[in-house]
Design a protein around this ligand. Sequence first.
Ligand code: UN1
Length: 510
Amino acid sequence: NPHNAPPAAGEQTAAVAKALRALGVDLDAFAGPRETRSPATGEVLARTVEHTEADVDAAVAAAHEAFLTWRDVPAPVRGNLVKRWGRLLTEHKRELAVLVTAEVGKIESEALGEVQEMIDICDLAVGQSRQLFGKTLPSERPGHRLAETWHPLGVVAVVSAFNFPVAVYAWNAALALVAGDAVVWKPAEATNLSAIGVDALLARAVREVGAPEGIHRLVLADRVVGRHLVDDPRVALVSATGSVRMGREIGPRVAERFGRVLLELGGNNAAIVAPSADLDLALRGIVFAAAGTAGQRCTTLRRLIVHTSIADALVERIAAAYGTLTIGDPSAEGTLIGPLINRGSFEAQQAALVRAVAEGGTVVAGGARVLEGEAPEAFYVEPAVVLMPGQDGVVQEETFAPILYVLTYDDLDEAIALQNGVPQGLSSAIFTQDQAEAERFLSASGSDCGIANVNIGTSGAEIGGAFGGEKETGGGRESGTDAWQAYMRRATNTVNYSGQLPLAQGVKFL
Ligand code: UN1
């Protein structure tokens, strides 16, 4: 693969300091022992505070108190806050993207795209602030009216993952804030700086529109302290994005106290490529979805299920395309593959490849670590393509790295069974020109995922559609047409204007 040398030492640290200053952040106010490292060089970008359980308590208390005022502010007025925040995000798109690139190693256009997702969800939420509607229903009793009303829910805890360090927070926060909730955000430990930047802009918007100061709080904490947040009975909803392991821990804890969860967990996304597929288009869709973001999206394409008749030709073209992808400095012109987030991620990538081979797989492209000499503390890998004889073992698992497993099929039912034959259910796609096949894939007995696409890859969804998945993906939905309901509580109102008291179901009493 062509390479771009990793950034020079200190270059990113300087860029981060400059971006934070432009965002109005005084980093000294966050000074502490937690190191944020650049995945592109391994250097320490900044050291920030580690909040304690007492800090979490204080954050939730402040958020809860602010909620008590915020819930009575008319929703369209709440929308003004999100409108202002969206403007500030637009003005500071570049600086935020610099932080995302430095902390996550995303290439520039993807980092900008992530900030754009925040701006888009703000727009959606502002419009939504005038549409938090309930239905009015006919009552079975004369002179009665039945209605449903949606009310603010309370404090929403947002636990976000490193790979979308800012967009996923915005999906939650923008809707929660118009819904009348307060938000407490615990970002992934690797991405404190972009969280600090985003939170600073929200703080500014809050000041400018005169909203209660406590409606947003940032908690910079590890998993252990994070548990304290999840367990707090004042937290009405925990919206968490991360691994299945994390979901298994959070889900039962919140259920124990009858709190609500919105879980966005692992994906093991597949694309079926049918014999009629437009292979030029499929190739581009596959390469972006499988190798883009260095394979670190929840929606990354991890399994390719190709019709036997075209498998050899397609795999050859994918391998050739992979060889042209430039790996290296995520902010350099032309780079398409940045680094993995850290050493643990690299070790998981290597272990998965070793296992795949032991299970009968053949690595036909990539997989090797590169740029090790230039950046011994950074982990760049070539995206890999691995032919697999079946999908037991390692193919069942989500390895957060660019590894594409290829399986073959002979008839569509078999392909759909393979597509559905994993524990996760986030995203899926079919490449076909055959309309009947496409419809079959989208039908009730087709893909079992929350996202099912035709002639487009598994990743890169727009915020207008609901985002989330089934099975071990956790069942939650963020963004989209009715996600706002997750951040509100629903009341049913029966109003009697008849002057009589007829009982429902014809019951006679007194
Ligand atoms: C994630 O990987 O956690 O659909 C979110 C996509 C992006 C969001 C991914 N819009 O790939």
